[in-house]
Design a binder for this molecule. Structure first.
Ligand code: NAD
Ligand code: ZN
Length: 391
């Protein structure tokens, strides 16, 4: 089959690879109808994520049709239309039973490697390095889905189009959990760093949860504009304005009640000293991450407020102002999304017409053009915000 394979920093290629097969009675094979490129894929594309190997198939935002099921599968049959969550979860361990699906204890076959790096192993992920299980992703014609009775969300065959449903696999639940982690009360002011797809869903979700004001921060005009199309959203362009000063001005010196870091480990410096040092350190292998936004969020957040981190961090954060976080009594909540928990309730919101997730889509392209799509998405060319690939 055709698949998008990783070969190194800035080098992805459409290759011919063996078709996936059922390897375990709890597997299903899904023929992909739509798959998206995520900001998380850029961390692989830019070489930030360790334990990638040449030829690894990328793609963790996937949907399609079931074509084959293992002998123990009860909930799916060939022909079923499904959205597949990006994390792989057994459904039975302590963490899955507590709806902490991204922390599944059983789904990472390389758990020992992850334990050395993190103390414990999180769940396996599709197309996201050997540290996260070495599973092939779905930027391909077919995908092997382990624990297929647990993850995939079954959809009506004659229902809504793919572009309204695909983002249940990751970015809609991710933005939603990021807002939920803010513990928003009616009228709160929420600041969101990053107006990429995750930031956009965090903004919409914060509003659904009762935020009175949303302050959105980025430097990409069309992304700020899209955020602005929410009438309650005020924007800050970090190339033109001092973010901390602006946030203080907009909140009468108190700071936002909650701050969401929807940027993660590859934050741009925006002319700041700490951000510039991050860029120098990561490019000379003296640091793993560029946590400029996290520093800014901790410093700006109001006393007793919440910092929510959906943005991906990989290794160690240099100079995180943990003293400010402690002395201001901040709550910090973070993590990979427990996608399974959110898929059905958010599908219901889409079906009710509360939200149409396709608002972030700017490009739909054939899988063959995936290398160009990665470049375009990374560089924000052609006003690119979110790309759907069609195998
Ligand atoms: P994206 O790369 O499209 O968006 C990131 C945005 O941040 C860009 O618009 C960029 O201009 C902006 N940005 C860069 N530096 C900034 C700064 N200093 N201040 C403000 N904005 C800045 O990516 P995305 O798809 O929206 O994903 C965002 C983050 O969420 C990534 O780190 C991604 O890995 C992560 N993510 C996490 C989960 C999870 O489970 N927690 C799931 C999906 C994505
Ligand atoms: Zn993703």
């Amino acid at each position: 089959m055709k698949a998008l394979c990783w070969y190194g920093s800035g080098d992805v290629r459409v290759d011919s690879v063996p078709d996936p097969v059922i390897e375990d009675p709890k597997d299903a094979i899904v023929q992909i109808t739509s798959t998206a490129i995520c900001g998380s894929d850029l961390h692989l594309y830019d070489g930030y994520m360790p334990t990638m190997e040449k030829g690894d198939v990328l793609g963790h935002e996937n949907m399609g049709r079931v074509v084959e099921v293992g002998s123990e599968i009860k909930n799916l049959k060939p022909g079923d239309r499904v959205v597949v969550p990006f994390n792989i979860s057994c459904g039975e361990c302590f963490f899955c039973r507590n709806e902490l699906f991204s922390l599944c204890d059983r789904s990472n076959p390389n758990a020992e490697m992850a334990k050395k790096a993190m103390g414990h192993s999180p769940a396996g992920l599709f197309g996201y390095s050997h540290l996260m299980g070495g599973f092939s992703g779905g930027q391909a014609e077919y995908l092997r889905v382990p624990y297929a009775d647990v993850g995939p969300l079954k959809l009506r065959n004659d229902g809504l189009p793919d572009e309204m449903l695909l983002f249940l696999s990751d970015i809609f639940p991710t933005g939603y959990m990021a807002a939920e982690n803010c513990q928003i009360t009616e009228g709160d002011t929420v600041a969101v760093w990053g107006c990429g797809p995750v930031g956009q869903f965090a903004i919409k979700s914060a509003r659904m949860m009762g935020a009175g004001r949303v302050l959105a921060i980025d430097n990409v005009p069309e992304r700020l504009e899209l955020a602005c199309s929410n009438d309650l959203c005020e924007t800050i362009n970090f190339d033109e304005q001092d973010v901390h000063e602006c946030l203080m001005e907009l909140t009468g010196g108190r700071g936002p009640d909650s701050c969401i870091d929807a940027v993660g480990c590859e934050a741009h410096a925006g002319g700041t000293l700490d951000g510039t040092l991050d860029v120098i350190k990561t490019s000379t292998f003296l640091a793993t991450d560029r946590p400029h936004v996290l520093r800014q969020a901790i410093m700006a957040c109001r006393k007793g407020g919440t910092v929510s981190i959906p943005g991906v961090y990989i290794g160690f954060g240099d100079n995180i102002p943990i003293g400010a976080a402690m002395n201001k009594g901040l709550t910090i909540k973070q993590g990979k999304t427990h996608t399974h928990k959110y898929m059905r309730p958010l599908l219901e919101k889409i079906e009710r017409g509360d939200i149409d997730p396709s608002f972030v889509v700017t490009h739909e392209m054939p899988l063959d053009d995936a290398p160009e799509a990665y470049e375009m998405f990374k560089n924000k060319e052609d006003n690119c915000i979110k790309v759907i690939l069609k195998p």
